[in-house]
Design a protein around this ligand. Structure first.
Ligand SMILES: [Zn+2]
Length: 123
């Protein structure tokens, strides 16, 4: 794991949780206005949202929320902050800007070149 200071860890955790809550609210409000009959209260837990739900509008949010879920788990297990491709540090600034980032900026741009249509890179 990257050697973040305690202060950086606190900030990163807050950034992840804030983003997670924000996505949760976006997903809830989209589901409230959709007609798929899904119980929005279940959307509090990302694992309750079925893959086949009609989520054209919230696909991106669900993917990001799942990535954040992974990041938060890694955070708890102290395996957080390293690029999944090259094991280098993702970097504090990048993680603050993109709390769900799983790759360093170099690997991310290579990945996006290799898989331009892949919208779910980390799962
Ligand atoms: Zn990398």
């Amino acid at each position: 794991m990257t050697n973040f200071t305690q202060d950086q860890l606190t900030q990163l955790k807050a950034a992840m949780q804030k983003r997670y809550t924000q996505l949760q609210e976006e997903i809830r409000s989209e589901l409230l206005h959709s007609e798929n009959g899904f119980d929005v209260n279940l959307a509090d837990d990302i694992h309750n949202i079925p893959d086949d739900i009609d989520t054209a509008l919230i696909d991106r949010q669900i993917i990001e929320m799942r990535e954040l879920d992974v990041s938060l788990k890694q955070f708890m297990e102290l395996e957080f902050g390293d690029c999944i491709d090259c094991d280098e540090e993702i970097g504090f600034d990048r993680l603050m800007a993109h709390p769900s980032a799983q790759r360093c900026i170099t690997c991310q741009s290579q990945y996006e070149k290799a898989f331009p249509h892949e919208s779910n890179p980390s799962l």
